[in-house]
Design a protein around this ligand. Structure first.
Ligand SMILES: Nc1ncnc2c1ncn2[C@@H]1O[C@H](COP(=O)(O)OP(=O)(O)OP(=O)(O)O)[C@@H](O)[C@H]1O
Length: 342
């Protein structure tokens, strides 16, 4: 468990303390993929760098398991940091060293002197990230996605229990981003390590994270399981991020429904409910009519979900909605058309 206890952080600028993170508490469970999303300047980098104490908090404590990171001396901190790997937006590879030498670097730094053991570990790591054939290349000979794979192999070298990802896919195109996120998900599953990632893209959160915290101007404004935050965002900042990730849904929300007859509803299906023909069945049983205005089916990590915006008419709309709710479908009423507004 990573535990932030009443943590706050200010930077000293021109003799004044400028707050970057307001006091917050947060627990990140072992083995989860935890996302921190926020706009530029919200405090994401500060927050993630507090975990390995690259930044010291101005108040509060940061615990990893039972260890209070804020109470350690430099030597103990260096040792603890070996349990925490980190990858970066711009990869931070050593340009004059080969791929294999970059991956071996943290092993040597940790005091490993046995060359055969180093070679074996580097081979294992390169195989895991799919770069065996590139061991003797230099970073300049690699694509962005390959460079980030070297970064991941290097971060895993000392078998950390936590991997911090600082905008790890922000410099990559969408296809490469998807491949790197798949690799992070696989590492999380197979090595059971905790991943904390910061991003400004909700799509990154949707693809890999279990839980997310939304940062806005130094405050955590919303935290929760990704499916909850994604399907029912509470804070305006969260809604903006979700709408960026769901362009069609956003269009649906802005459609002028006033002229559409019937009640305007948004149905959210999660997991198995996504595939059941509940809507057709309920319409037949209750004799309601429905008209689909917008919709999509996608996945939140491994969970299939669907969202449909529709207009429903008939005498038994309330019965139909009650039956749909019983079937595990979440329903929000968006707005009422004029004839139903009385
Ligand atoms: N070393 C520093 N000295 C002074 N102020 C800083 C320092 N690092 C960050 N800040 C300030 O703290 C606030 C939060 O910055 P931070 O880099 O954590 O945000 P961020 O969400 O990661 O932004 P970005 O996505 O642009 O990297 C900003 O106002 C920034 O200017």
């Amino acid at each position: 468990m990573i535990r932030f206890q009443d943590v706050r952080k200010s930077y000293r600028v021109d003799g004044r303390d400028v707050p970057a993170l307001q006091t917050f508490s947060l627990d990140i469970a072992d083995g989860e993929v935890f996302g921190i999303i926020g706009h530029s300047g919200a405090g994401k980098s500060t927050l993630i760098r507090l975990i390995n104490l690259l930044e010291r908090p101005s108040g509060g404590r940061i615990l990893i398991g039972d260890t209070d990171m804020t109470a350690l001396d430099e030597a103990a901190l260096r040792h603890e940091r070996q349990r925490i790997g980190m990858i970066f937006q711009h990869f931070n590879l050593l340009s004059s060293q080969t791929v294999a030498q970059n991956v071996a670097f943290p092993l040597r730094l940790a005091g490993e002197r046995n060359e055969a053991a180093i070679r074996q570990r580097v081979d294992e790591l390169l195989a895991r990230v799919g770069l065996t054939a590139h061991a003797d290349k230099y970073p300049s000979q690699l694509s962005g996605g390959q460079k980030q794979r070297v970064g991941i192999a290097r971060a895993l070298a000392n078998r950390p229990s936590i991997l911090l990802c600082d905008e790890a896919t922000s410099a990559l195109d969408p296809q490469t981003t998807a491949a790197v996120l798949d690799l992070l998900a696989e590492i999380n599953r197979e090595l059971k390590l905790t991943i904390v990632l910061i991003t400004h893209e909700m799509d990154v959160v949707r693809r890999v994270c279990d839980r997310v915290a939304v940062l806005d101007a130094g405050r955590i404004v919303e935290t929760g399981p990704v499916a909850d935050v994604f399907l029912h965002p509470q804070h305006a900042t969260t809604r903006r991020f979700v709408n960026e990730a769901l362009p069609e849904e956003a269009a649906g929300e802005q459609m002028p429904f006033a002229h559409v007859p019937g009640r305007i509803l948004r149905l959210s299906f999660r997991g198995e409910a996504t595939w059941t023909p509940a809507l057709g069945r309920v319409a037949r049983e209750t004799n309601v009519d429905f008209n689909i205005l917008a919709g999509r089916i996608d996945r939140i990590k491994d969970l299939p979900y669907g969202q449909l915006t529709l207009a429903m008419q008939g005498e038994r709309v309330d019965d139909a909605l009650a039956t749909l709710r019983d079937a595990g479908i979440e329903i929000e009423e968006l707005t009422l058309s004029p004839e139903n507004r009385a």
